[in-house]
Design a protein around this ligand. Structure first.
Ligand code: KMH
Ligand code: ZN
Length: 309
């Protein structure tokens, strides 16, 4: 495996809410400035969601994406990766509206339907900044994050075959690796596959090092030399798991989408802070950062000039 390591930064996501951190970016200006700073700190891929700038609620509206996509593109050559997961409360059509319009180089693709239980977070706060936050979190005790084989095929066709996007395959369990293999066998996915192993979401595989070893072992068996893996772990497992991934030859994902902290009990002041922390660790381990152009080469991306924003 190459010594080059791709840092993905997931800038805001749809898990955390404004009450949880004043540093969580929600407006177009906040998302673009934190994304640009994260890229300057060493992230070669930016994984992006949008929010309603007034309420901070996860949003699927193309206008909310367009408030930051062109701004980031002006200032940075980082690869922009638009989420197709959106939020589990959104329909698939809502989730696909912005990436369909923007035609990014990369999109996330969640490889199975699952529980995505955020409700334990609702018990940790008393004073909420916005009315929507607590019911949004509590409602996840009866919500399915729907990613059926038909949904996956729709995303591969609409964004991959028709618009040239390549994918961050989000695999929250070993079963999702087998689903990816199924789509390879159907001829709908082409190597090299960029697989994001996701740990620590309640509903997916837990953040135990044995699980990382096992995901890697099964991915090796299913995909041989045709894949690149990256690791994200939710909450306090973020940096330890990224460090393990780097030691195993993989790539890493950090950012406030997955974890709001920089150390125990200490909120990260920005996405760039987490990028700088993991950069320091991986460079001391002897890995060297992939530039955006190197990331494009490793993942066979179409190039920023072929996007529609
Ligand atoms: N928030 C991560 C656990 C997506 O955007 O498609 C998964 C994620 C999903 O990033
Ligand atoms: Zn995401």
């Amino acid at each position: 495996m190459s010594n080059k390591i791709i840092i993905t930064c997931a800038v805001t996501g749809s898990i955390h809410t404004p009450t949880m951190s004043p540093h969580l970016p929600v407006t177009g200006a906040q998302i673009s400035s934190q994304a640009i700073a994260a890229a300057e700190a060493g992230a070669s891929i930016l994984h992006l969601h949008a929010r309603n700038p007034e309420t901070g609620r996860p949003s699927a509206l193309p206008e909310h994406f367009m408030a930051f996509l062109p701004v980031i593109k002006q200032a940075s050559d980082a690869v922009m990766n638009i989420s197709t997961g959106g939020s589990a409360t959104m329909t698939l059509d809502e989730r696909l509206a912005a990436p369909t319009q923007a035609e990014p180089e990369m999109c996330s693709l969640n490889m199975g339907s699952m529980n995505f239980a955020l409700y334990p977070l609702a018990t940790r706060y008393d004073d909420w900044k916005h009315d929507w936050e607590k019911p949004f979190l509590e409602g996840t005790d009866d919500l399915v994050f729907k990613n059926t084989p038909r949904d996956i095929a729709t995303i591969l066709k609409r964004l991959g075959q028709e618009r040239g996007a390549r994918f961050e395959f989000e695999c929250y369990d070993v079963s999702h690796l087998y689903m990816l293999r199924h789509f390879v066998d159907r001829g709908l996915v082409k190597a090299p596959y960029f697989i994001q192993f996701v740990f620590g979401v309640l509903g997916g595989i837990g953040a135990d090092p044995e699980n990382l070893q096992h995901m890697k072992r099964i991915a090796d068996k299913l995909f041989g030399d045709d894949y690149q893996f990256s690791v994200l772990a939710a909450g306090r497992s973020q940096i330890p798991f990224a460090t393990m991934a780097a030691a195993m030859g993989g790539h890493v994902r950090v950012g406030l989408e997955d974890n709001l902290y920089i150390a125990r009990g200490q909120l990260a002041k920005s996405n760039a802070d987490q990028v700088m922390l993991i950069r320091e660790i991986v460079e001391r381990m002897g890995r060297s950062l992939a530039t955006p152009e190197e990331a494009r080469d490793i993942l066979d991306l179409k190039g920023a000039h072929k996007t529609a924003f």
